[in-house]
Design a protein around this ligand. Structure first.
Ligand SMILES: [Zn+2]
Length: 183
């Protein structure tokens, strides 16, 4: 599913006859890691973050929300399952309910932090193959554009478009601030 930048909530489903670049890269890196370590890259990453807790925002029995160390967007988050599931369609009903609850907690925290109905782009990533999916861990990315208030946005410009992304806020600071607004 894909969203766009219109100022109203909506979802889109895109279909193409080839695997999009970002998804393909995620697939390749997860597969390479799995073939070397015999474990899932994102599950090992999740476990490391949960042990450290500095970048964890909120968790429940089946899910955890964290700010990844590579976050480019301010308050960018990753929602990861605490168990092995490769794609959205394989999440069982009990985990789905917990998934809804933790997403709601995150979104309300965003609203409280910025005192507005918080804008974001969000998407699900999961294996696109029903077999050969052992290396995949389903996850959700949130890419919020707001920086310091409801009216100050981050833009990717200049050096960021021509060289590499710059961080306006580091992930540890963002996690500390966002965590304070979780109820
Ligand atoms: Zn992803």
């Amino acid at each position: 599913m894909m969203g766009s930048s219109n100022p109203h909530p909506h979802c889109q489903i895109w279909a193409s006859d080839e695997i999009p670049h970002i998804l393909k890269l995620e697939d390749q890196h997860q597969l390479k890691y799995f073939n070397t370590k015999q474990s899932k890259l994102l599950a090992d990453y999740r476990d490391t973050e949960c042990r450290n807790t500095e970048r964890v925002i909120v968790e429940n029995d089946q899910w955890v929300v964290l700010i990844p160390f590579w976050a480019v967007w301010p308050y960018e988050t990753l929602v990861l399952p605490k168990y092995e599931v490769s794609r959205f369609g394989d999440i069982d009903m009990s985990a789905l309910k917990e998934f809804a609850k933790i997403n709601q907690k995150l979104l309300l925290a965003y609203d409280r932090l910025f005192q507005t109905s918080f804008p974001y782009s969000m998407g699900f990533h999961g294996s696109y193959e029903k077999t050969n999916d052992k290396h995949w861990l389903f996850h959700t990315h949130y890419y919020p554009p707001l920086l310091r208030s409801a009216t100050i946005r981050k833009y990717l410009v200049g050096y960021e478009m021509l060289a590499e992304a710059q961080r306006d806020i580091n992930p540890e600071q963002a996690a500390q601030t966002l965590r304070l607004h979780v109820q």
